[in-house]
Design a binder for this molecule. Structure first.
Ligand code: GLN
Ligand code: ZN
Length: 769
């Protein structure tokens, strides 16, 4: 191989593209089908049209080999489950009766059958449906979807590469099916699964595939020697097949580490690796194994997960180094573009100057094409693009939005003492007890009350200019009155204002902070037909004015009981936004924390004795590799403490997280130094309470006794039973009584009944103390 021929061969590709369409046509068609207004044929036609449009966009932009099979009605892991025939027993009847309805039954459940469990796709905000496998699982190949989509693309005259979830990742993402012993390891099914992949590969070859991509992102996580062996065995086996296309094994979301030599040695024709900053170690590791002689390397140099323009010169330098390490080097985004919005050009409300710093899927596609062209034909051929890119990067670096001297001065002046509350928790707890005078087993809620249709309509009317600000605020106040008066009547101890003014717990704050951008069309798939529009942390963050104080103050004016102030914490603000890539994450976290700290202090000054800072995202952004976790948790706890450490000892800081398993982060939760934490626990029978106790967690805690994820009303006896279970782990002086999470998705009738029962349960159990 020569560097020159490797360069001349360079082409651009991507691994996947946003599925929803410019106007979220897919969401509308799928939901229409569920409701009965859209026929199966119409849904299929919409889907085929969207695939065609995506391929057309990619090909027109200059993508040489378009991905196929990445499209999905709901989730690509569920598609893989169908492809390998691993339909759970409880869904077989529905799938046999009608594959499309059976597919949606697995995704969403039906009246009688539970859906597959859903969980996060690595460290993204995408959720996949977890395969359920057991020793009795029989795999059978169902390549129909893959073959059909390849055929569609080839019929358009395109070069296409089917993209499949690889067999090792598929098994590592699976869990034991219901009824199978928890110790069962799906990876033991590898030998049974490989023949099915062999059959799919043969069919794809017969249908005209020259290359097939097998995605193995699970190999960027910490893997045991046995798991690495399984990967080696899988690709030895697939590589040895004679009737197959060429294989490209793709990794993304980080460095391959010890899996890199395994894949480099495998008898496959190509590897795709992440070369973004977070995976920079891949470069040295690749050199250390002597490169990939005779193989194709796809270099993920354009970050597929952020929304920023690429530094083209930087990427060209990386690509230049890679040229000496493989036979052919292609350019790609680092992962599927599924994780970014479709097109920055659709944004009309963002300042055009700032818009030039942003790159969504369409812009990232263009970047990969430009880079491949520069590599293959020389940088002279992309001189104009390089000049424009340099200008965009310079304007970003020099903009007052990204460089606010006052914010920077304040951030650098932060000391350890600013992030430390004094005195110690124990002394504070005594001061708070005296200040608040609450009964044992105090009752409270997590913050939001039902978001009614009227409220949403009022917000839409305000946006549309049909309701003025004064009219809207009257609506919000009326809602707060109702929420406060209900809570007083129900007998809750620490009240909330109900968050009626908030559209979303992150967006509401992002809209009020300088340096944060909201998008109009920046939809990203979260799961199935649910799409979110994460705001963009674009510049230095400051808070021009208090954000929540007047609503909390108004609520407090209506009652003699303490009203809890309610904020979204800095870790969650970052986790559910697109973050900057032009400064360390810790700096961004500190800026957000300081803005929130001002809000916390203003709430206290306005007479708020209890302030809750929600961090539901703390655990979900935990890095994929254990070696990276300590630094993440240190940054996260520092940001939380900086937010909350400015208050008096007798002001009580609450936090809230909504997950039931968190053994791996108990220490970090303790390190937050909050006074009270509320957690999800109702479904797991207070498991968290036992985990806290096992850790020796010294603070007050409210494991939820009301599962808010269903309209079911818990009886007073049921809630009391959970409380008694909680008391076995946490003493009465430190146990709170609350639901699992906020009530915004619930209706008023079940909310009323459930909270009345919750208070009744607390009263009953207090009597027993
Ligand atoms: N305070 C928020 C609410 O009640 C918390 C939401 C959450 O934890 N996801 O809605
Ligand atoms: Zn929650």
């Amino acid at each position: 191989m020569t560097t020159k021929s490797a360069a001349a061969a360079a082409r651009a590709t991507v691994y996947g593209y946003p599925r929803q369409g410019r106007h979220r046509e897919l969401k509308k068609a799928v939901e229409g089908y569920w409701k009965g207004g859209v026929t199966a044929d119409a849904l299929r036609a919409t889907a085929a049209g969207l695939r065609r449009e995506n391929w057309r966009q990619l090909a027109e932009a200059g993508i040489h080999e378009v991905p196929t099979g990445d499209f999905s009605y709901y989730d690509h892991v569920l598609d893989t489950t169908v492809m390998v025939g691993a339909i759970p027993a409880r869904h077989r009847e529905a799938v046999a009766a009608g594959p499309l309805d059976g597919y949606f039954a697995m995704a969403r459940g039906t009246q009688d059958v539970a859906p597959l469990e859903m969980t996060k796709w690595f460290d993204t905000n995408y959720h996949y449906l977890v395969p359920e496998l057991g020793p009795d699982t029989v795999f059978t190949a169902d390549p129909a979807k893959q073959v059909a989509e390849l055929t569609e693309a080839l019929a358009l005259g395109l070069t296409a590469r089917p993209v499949l979830v690889g067999p090792v990742t598929y098994l590592l993402l699976a869990k034991p099916a219901p009824g199978v012993a928890a110790g069962f390891e799906p990876l033991t099914l590898l030998d049974r699964l490989l023949p099915v992949y062999a059959e799919v590969l043969a069919d794809l070859r017969a249908a005209g595939a020259e290359w097939v991509q097998l995605d193995e992102p699970a190999l960027v996580q910490d893997r045991t020697p046995a798991e690495l062996n399984a990967a080696a065995r899988a690709y030895r086996g697939l590589g040895a097949l004679t009737d197959r296309p060429r294989l490209l094994v793709a990794s993304y979301f980080g460095r391959l580490g010890e899996a890199l030599p395994v894949l480099a040695k495998a008898p496959v024709e190509g590897l795709a690796l992440d070369f973004t900053e977070a995976a920079a170690a891949n470069l040295d590791a690749l050199a250390a194994v002597g490169g990939l002689p005779g193989k194709r390397l796809v270099a993920g140099v354009v970050n597929g997960r952020n929304v920023w323009v690429n530094d083209l010169e930087n990427s060209l330098a990386t690509l230049g180094t890679l040229l000496g390490l493989a036979d052919r080097v292609d350019v790609s985004a680092s992962c599927s573009l599924l994780h970014v919005p479709l097109d920055a050009a659709l944004e009309r409300d963002i300042d055009p100057q700032i818009l030039r710093w942003l790159a969504f899927a369409r812009q990232k596609t263009r970047e990969t094409v430009t880079l491949a062209k520069g590599l293959a034909q020389g940088t002279d051929t992309i001189a104009a693009e390089l000049a424009a890119n340099r200008a965009d990067l310079a304007s970003r670096a020099g903009s007052p939005l990204t460089r606010d001297p006052a914010v920077r001065a304040r951030t650098t002046a932060v000391t350890d003492a600013d992030a430390r509350r004094t005195p110690s928790y124990t002394e504070r707890a005594a001061a708070q007890r005296a200040h608040l005078g609450l009964p044992p087993l105090p009752t409270t809620t997590i913050g939001s009350f039902p978001q009614t249709d009227e409220l949403r309509a009022a917000r839409a009317a305000l946006r549309g200019g049909r309701l003025d600000t004064a009219g809207y605020e009257e609506r919000v106040k009326a809602e707060i009155q109702e929420v406060i008066s209900f809570q007083e009547k129900a007998g809750l101890d620490v009240l909330v204002h109900g968050e009626p003014e908030r559209n979303d717990m992150v967006q509401y704050f992002a809209e009020q902070l300088t340096g944060y951008l909201a998008t109009r069309h920046g939809w990203v798939q979260s799961y199935g037909t649910r799409y979110v529009r994460p705001p963009v942390l674009a510049g230095d963050i400051s808070r021009p004015a208090p954000m929540t104080v007047r609503w909390t103050r108004y609520a407090q004016s209506l009652t003699g009981r303490p009203v809890k102030g309610m904020l979204t914490g800095p870790v969650t603000m970052l986790a559910w936004s697109f973050v900057r890539d032009d400064q360390p994450l810790g700096d961004t976290a500190r800026q957000v924390a300081l803005a929130l700290r001002d809000e916390v202090n203003d709430l206290e000054a306005a007479g708020t004795a209890v302030i809750q800072v929600d961090e539901p995202a703390l655990r979900e952004t935990l890095p994929l590799r254990a070696a990276d976790r300590a630094a993440y948790l240190a940054r996260a706890t520092e940001a939380f403490r900086l937010t909350t450490a400015g208050v008096r000892p007798d002001t009580q800081i609450h936090t809230h997280m909504c997950y039931a398993e968190f053994g791996d982060v108990v220490q970090a939760i303790d390190d937050l130094d909050a006074d009270v934490i509320s957690l999800e626990a109702a479904r797991s029978h207070m498991q968290v309470a036992r985990e806290l106790a096992a850790h020796g967690y010294p603070r007050e805690a409210g494991p939820g006794v009301y599962d808010i994820h269903s309209p079911r009303v818990p009886s007073p006896e049921e809630a009391a039973g959970l409380l008694r279970t909680g008391l076995l782990a946490i003493p009465a002086e430190r146990l709170w009584v609350n639901p699992d999470c906020g009530l915004k998705t619930r209706g008023w009738p079940e909310t009323r009944a459930s909270l009345e029962n919750l208070v009744a349960a607390a009263r009953t159990v207090r009597e027993e103390l």
